[in-house]
Design a protein around this ligand. Structure first.
Ligand SMILES: Nc1ncnc2c1ncn2[C@@H]1O[C@H](COP(=O)(O)OP(=O)(O)OP(=O)(O)O)[C@@H](O)[C@H]1O
Length: 958
C-alpha cells in the first residue's frame, strides 16, 4: 500500500507490486537497533479476527534482486548526539517555486461577450466592467494597441507592465478581466478615449479605495473579486449580484444595434451607460456604508449592525451565533467560535474589521482557503494577503498597500506570521485591532489537522510581539481536548465561547457496507441521486479518485477527478466547472473542499471511510449549505480502514532518529552567533527518514518550548545559481564586495556560480532576505540573472540544549502522541459507522441505511467527552495482533537486505507498505514483503522487527 491520501500531501499508489524474489543474501549485515519501543500496544474490546495476513504466496522467497540501497544513515549512537556524523546533503536541482498567482491570472483571461452572458455563461463576465472589448461576439482589435496597465493586486502585487506575464495566449484578441477602462472615468468618455487612457479598475484596492472612510467606500461586490481574479476563481459574487443590471444593459445595447447604430457606437453607449450607472450606484452605496459604519462605531446596537450587514453583505438578518460573536469582538473580548460548517463564521470578523479602527489579521492554514476568503470579502472591506509562496515583489506590493492604509483585512499564512519581517510591519503607525485564527483546531496536536506552524500561535507571543489584545478563534470541529488546547494556547477565558452543534440539521446521513464500485454506481443511478445536479464523491487515495471517476464516466455518469496530484490549472478548472454547475460530479480527495462554499451541493458520498469524525463532518459539511435537505452517504469498507490504519503510523518517529536530527540541528558552526542556519527540506527528510512536516514540528517545538532553543525564519530556497551577463565576474567583484564574497563561496560549473545563500549572507553579515534584494538590484541593472532552488527551513540558534537525551525523549513522546491520536480518531470514525450498520436497531428515526439520528448522537458524544478515547460501543474492527509467519518473514527480509541500515520502524513500515522518505515505495514496493502485514497491528510488527534486528545484529557481532 502506498499513501496517496491527500491528507498528508503524500502521493501513494494503491496496490503494491509483488516480487517473489526478495533479494540476495549479503554476508555482512550491519543493522542499527533502536532503543526499546515505547509504542502503545493496542488492546481493544473487539474480538480479533483469526485470519492470518492476506494470503500471499509465501513459500520460499528467493533472496535475489534486492531493491537498490536507500541512503544509509551515518553511524550514530543513541543519545550520543555529539558523536554523530553530520552530512549536509543538497538535493539535485529542481524547479520548486509554485507558479506565481499573477501568472495564473493572466493566463486565464476570458473575453467578454454579451451574448454568452445572455446565455448564462457567467465565466465570460469578468470583463463587463471593462466596457466590452468585444461586440456581439466580434472581438475588437484595439486592446492590443492600447497601453494596458494592470493595477496592483493586493497580495499579488505583480509589476504591471510585464510583457511576459501579460501573455495569456489570447493577447490582442481578448481583454484582461481585471483591466478596467480608464479607472473611475470622470463623466462619459468615448470608447476611443478610454482606450487611450490608463486602465485602472475602479474598485481596485490601493488605487482609490480609502480605508479610513474619509472617502467613499466601494460597495459593489467586484472589488475583492477583481483583485483576486486569479486562477479563474470567484465569479459568483461578482456576477450574481450584477447580473440583472448588466443583463438589462446588454438588452439596451442590442436594442441600439437593431435601431441601426453601428457596432462601435453601440459599444460606446453601452460602456458609457454602464460606467455612469456603476459610478452613481457605487457612490450612493459608499456613502450609505460610510454612514452606517460611523453609526455602528458610535453605537454598535443590534439594529445598527443589522443595517450595516444589509448594506455590506446584502443579508437581512444574522444567523445564530453571529451577532453575539460580533458584539463580543467589538467589545474587545477574545472569543472561541465553534459553529458548524457553512454557518457563516467569516462574517464574524468581516463586520468587526470594518468597524474597528486597525487592521484585522486572519491566519489561515491553506493558500486556497485564504484566496477564497479574500475573494469573498465584500468590496467595502478591502483585503490583502501575505504568504510564504509569494514572490518578494508580490509581498512588497501588499506591504505598500497596507502602509497606505488600503488593507483592512490581511490574510497571513502561519509560516509568514511572526517572522521578523512580518513583525516589523506592525510598528507605531499600524495597529492590529483583531487577530482571527481560522481553523483554530490546527493548533492542537489532538486535532485531525494539526499544523506545526500553528504551534507558534500563543497568546503570550502574540501579545508581546504584535500587541494583539483581541483574538477570535474559529473552527467547526474541535473535540474537548482540542478545544482545551486552543483555549490554553490563546488564553481565551472559559466563558467566552460560542458553540453550536457540529452537524447541521439538514444533512441526512446514510451508511452501508460496501466493497465494490458497483454499489456506488447503483446509488448514483437511483433516486434521489439520479436527479441531483451537484454531487461530490470523496475517496481517500489519489489513485482511487482517478479510478472511480473513470469508472463513472465509463458508465455514463460524467465525472471529474480532483486531487493534489493533478496540475493546479486543471484543478482550478474543475473547481470552476463544478461551481458553475457545468459538471455534475466531482470525485475528490480531501484536497477538494476546504473553502469550497458552493451553496447547492446536494449530496456528498464517501466512497471510502474518512480518517476521522472531524474529516467526515468537514466533508459532509460541503453539502446543503443553502439549508436544503441534502444527502450524505458513507460506504464503509474494511480494506480502506486497514490501509488508513497503517498510514496512521507514517508520522511516528523513534527517539534514535530524533536524537540524530537534534545533533545535526545544533552541530552548525554558526550557532549562538545569530547567524542564519538552514536545512534543505528534501535531503534532511531523506537523511533522517522523517516527513518534512515532522521536521517542522520538531523545529517548532524547539522554538516554543519553555526554553527557546531556536527562532524560526521564513522558509527559503537556499541554493542560488548566478549567471553573469554584462561585466565579467572578476571585474564586477572588484567593484562590488558582495559579488567578491559570493565568488569566494561559490562552486563554478558550466559557466555559472552556485552558492548557498545563508552561507554567503552569514559571511558578509547580512540577512538572506537582504542578500536576495541585492541580487535583485544587480539583476535589474542587467548584470546578472539567477535561479533559486532547494526549499529549506531557516532559523537562528538561540541556545544549545544542555541535555540532548531528555530533549529527544520529550520530543519523541510528543510525536508519539500525534501518532496515537491519529489511530484513535480513525478507530472512532470506523466504530461510529460500523455500529450504525451493525448495531443500530432502527429506532429514533433510523431505518435501513439512514442513520442520521444515531450518527449525530455519537458525533455529539465524541465532541463533548473529555478524552479522545474510542467510542464506548463494543463494536470496532480490530487489526490482528500477530501472525505465525511474521518473525520468519522479517528474518528473511533482513537477510535479503543485509546491506541496509534499518530501524524497527522502517521494517514495520515496509511490512505495512507505508512509504517513507528514506524507504520510498518507488524502490521498496518491489520487495516481496511490501505491505504483506498490513492487517497486523503496526506496533506488533515493529516489536517483531526489533527482536529480529537484535538477533541479527547479535549473530553478526554488532
Ligand atoms: N447572515 C447570513 N445570512 C445569509 N447568508 C449568510 C449569512 N452569513 C453567512 N452567510 C453565507 O453562508 C455561507 C457560508 O459562510 P462561511 O464561508 O463564512 O461559512 P463557514 O462557517 O466559514 O463555513 P466552513 O467552516 O465550512 O468554511 C457563505 O456563502 C455566506 O455568504
Amino acid at each position: 500500500m502506498e499513501s496517496d491520501t491527500d491528507s498528508d500531501a503524500s502521493h501513494i499508489s494503491a496496490t503494491p507490486p509483488r516480487n517473489t524474489n526478495p533479494g540476495p543474501d549479503h554476508p555482512k549485515p550491519k543493522f542499527r537497533v533502536s532503543p526499546p519501543s515505547k509504542e502503545r500496544s493496542k488492546s481493544k474490546s473487539m474480538p480479533v479476527p483469526r485470519n492470518p495476513p492476506k494470503s500471499k504466496p509465501r513459500s520460499n522467497p528467493k533472496p535475489s534482486d534486492p531493491p537498490p540501497p536507500p541512503p544509509a544513515f551515518p553511524s550514530a549512537e543513541l543519545c550520543n548526539p555529539h558523536g554523530l556524523s553530520v552530512v549536509n546533503i543538497r538535493r539535485p536541482a529542481e524547479p520548486n517555486r509554485p507558479a506565481s498567482f499573477s501568472r495564473l491570472v493572466l493566463s486565464r483571461r476570458p473575453s467578454f461577450d454579451p451574448f454568452e452572458f445572455e446565455n448564462g455563461d457567467k465565466s465570460k463576465l469578468c470583463d463587463e466592467v471593462v466596457g466590452s472589448s468585444t461586440v456581439g461576439g466580434t472581438v475588437l482589435k484595439e486592446p492590443a494597441k492600447s497601453k494596458r496597465v494592470r493595477p496592483n493586486i493586493v497580495g499579488f502585487g505583480e509589476p504591471v507592465q510585464q510583457p511576459k506575464r501579460l501573455d495569456c495566449g489570447r493577447e490582442g484578441k481578448t481583454r484582461c478581466c481585471d483591466d478596467v477602462v480608464g479607472g473611475s472615468v470622470e463623466g462619459m468618455v468615448s470608447l476611443k478615449e478610454q482606450r487611450k487612457a490608463k486602465r485602472v479598475h475602479p474598485n481596485w484596492v490601493g488605487i482609490n479605495v480609502p480605508v479610513e472612510l474619509s472617502k467613499p467606500l466601494k460597495c459593489s461586490r467586484e472589488g475583492n473579486f477583481v483583485r483576486l481574479n486569479i486562477n479563474g476563481h470567484g465569479r459568483r459574487f461578482t456576477f450574481k449580484n450584477r447580473r440583472s443590471s448588466i443583463s438589462s444593459r446588454g438588452h439596451r445595447w442590442r436594442r441600439k444595434l437593431t435601431a441601426g447604430k453601428c457596432e462601435a457606437q453601440a459599444a460606446d453607449d453601452f460602456v458609457s451607460d454602464a460606467l455612469v450607472e456603476q459610478r452613481e450606484s457605487s457612490s450612493n452605496s459608499n456613502q450609505l456604508i460610510e454612514e452606517a459604519v460611523m453609526v455602528a462605531r458610535e453605537d454598535p446596537s443590534d439594529e445598527n449592525l443589522q443595517r450595516l450587514l444589509k448594506l455590506t453583505h446584502g443579508y437581512d438578518s444574522f444567523r445564530e451565533g453571529q451577532l453575539e460573536a460580533i458584539n463580543r469582538v467589538l467589545a474587545g473580548e477574545s472569543m472561541m467560535l465553534m459553529l458548524p460548517t457553512g454557518a457563516g463564521k467569516s462574517l464574524c470578523y468581516e463586520l468587526p474589521a470594518l468597524i474597528l479602527p486597525g487592521v484585522t489579521l486572519v491566519v489561515s492554514p491553506l493558500m486556497a482557503l485564504m484566496v477564497d476568503q479574500l475573494r469573498k470579502l465584500p468590496s467595502s472591506i478591502p483585503g490583502g494577503l501575505l504568504s510564504s509562496t509569494q514572490t518578494n515583489d508580490e509581498a512588497s506590493e501588499t506591504l505598500r498597500m497596507l502602509h497606505e492604509g488600503n488593507v483592512k483585512v490581511l490574510f497571513v499564512s502561519p509560516e509568514r506570521f511572526l517572522s521578523a519581517d512580518f513583525l516589523s510591519i506592525f510598528g507605531n503607525e499600524l495597529s492590529i485591532s483583531l487577530l482571527v485564527i481560522d481553523e483554530a483546531h490546527c493548533i492542537s496536536e489532538w486535532s485531525h489537522n494539526f499544523r506545526p506552524s500553528y504551534l507558534r500561535l500563543r497568546a503570550s507571543i502574540l501579545q508581546r510581539k504584535l500587541g494583539v489584545q483581541c483574538i477570535l478563534a474559529m473552527t467547526a470541529t474541535a473535540t474537548t481536548q482540542t478545544f482545551h488546547d486552543i483555549m490554553c494556547a490563546l488564553e481565551i477565558p472559559h466563558d467566552n465561547v460560542i458553540k453550536m452543534c457540529q452537524v447541521r440539521e439538514n444533512l441526512q446521513l446514510f451508511v452501508t457496507l460496501s466493497e465494490n464500485r458497483q454499489d456506488l454506481l447503483t446509488l448514483m443511478k437511483t433516486s434521489p441521486m439520479v436527479n441531483m445536479h451537484s454531487i461530490i464523491v470523496y475517496c481517500k487515495f489519489q489513485t482511487e479518485t482517478d479510478m472511480v471517476s473513470k469508472y463513472l464516466c465509463d458508465n455514463n455518469i460524467p465525472a471529474k477527478a480532483y486531487h493534489s496530484g493533478i496540475p493546479a490549472k486543471s484543478r482550478v478548472r474543475t473547481q470552476e466547472l463544478f461551481r458553475s454547475n457545468k459538471i455534475r460530479v466531482v470525485v475528490a480527495t480531501v484536497a477538494f473542499g476546504m473553502g469550497l462554499d458552493k451553496s447547492d451541493v446536494q449530496a456528498v458520498i464517501h466512497y471510502s471511510v474518512p480518517a476521522s469524525l472531524e474529516e467526515y463532518i468537514q466533508e459532509t459539511g460541503r453539502a446543503g449549505r443553502d439549508g436544503k435537505l441534502s444527502y450524505c452517504h458513507l460506504f464503509l469498507d474494511i480494506t480502506t480502514y486497514h490501509k488508513l490504519h497503517s498510514l496512521s503510523y507514517s508520522d511516528g518517529m523513534d527517539e534514535y532518529s530524533v536524537s540524530k536530527f537534534l545533533s545535526h540541528v545544533f552541530s552548525s558552526d554558526v550557532h549562538l552567533t545569530g547567524q542564519t542556519c538552514s536545512l534543505v527540506k528534501e535531503s534532511m527528510s531523506r537523511k533522517f527518514d522523517m516527513k518534512e512536516e515532522v521536521l517542522l514540528t520538531i523545529l517548532t517545538q524547539l522554538e516554543i518550548s519553555d526554553e527557546q532553543y531556536l527562532s524560526l525564519l521564513p522558509p527559503l530556497n537556499v541554493t542560488c545559481s548566478l549567471y553573469f551577463h554584462k561585466t565579467t565576474p572578476a571585474l564586477l567583484s572588484d567593484r562590488d564586495n558582495l559579488v567578491a564574497s559570493i565568488l569566494k563561496k561559490s562552486e563554478v560549473k558550466d559557466g555559472h556560480y552556485t552558492f548557498d545563500m545563508p552561507t554567503v549572507g552569514n559571511s558578509v553579515g547580512i540577512k538572506t532576505a537582504n542578500l536576495l534584494n541585492k541580487l535583485q538590484n544587480l539583476k535589474s541593472l542587467g548584470e546578472v540573472t539567477y535561479d533559486l532552488k532547494d526549499p529549506a527551513f531557516c532559523f537562528t540558534i538561540v541556545k544549545k540544549p544542555d541535555d540532548f537525551c531528555s530533549l529527544s525523549a520529550n520530543l519523541t513522546k510528543k510525536l508519539a502522541k500525534v501518532e496515537s491520536c491519529k489511530v484513535q480518531k480513525l478507530d472512532t470514525m470506523f466504530s461510529v459507522a460500523w455500529s450504525a450498520v451493525k448495531v443500530c436497531k432502527g429506532t429514533d428515526g433510523c431505518s435501513n441505511s439512514l442513520h442520521t439520528t444515531c450518527i449525530q448522537r455519537r458525533i455529539l458524544g465524541y465532541f463533548s467527552r473529555t478524552h479522545d478515547v474510542l467510542d464506548d460501543t463494543n463494536i470496532s474492527f480490530k487489526t490482528a495482533q500477530s501472525s505465525p509467519f511474521l518473525r520468519a518473514d522479517i528474518k528473511v527480509f533482513l537477510q535479503s537486505n543485509s546491506y541496509t541500515n534499518f530501524t524497527p520502524r522502517a521494517v514495520a513500515r515496509i511490512m505495512h507498505g507505508i512509504t517513507s522518505p528514506a524507504f520510498p515505495s518507488s524502490t521498496w514496493s518491489k520487495s516481496h514483503f511490501w505491505g504483506r502485514y498490513v492487517e497486523v497491528d503496526f506496533p506488533v510488527v515493529m516489536e517483531a522487527a526489533k527482536v529480529e534486528l537484535m538477533n541479527f545484529a547479535g549473530k553478526c557481532g554488532h
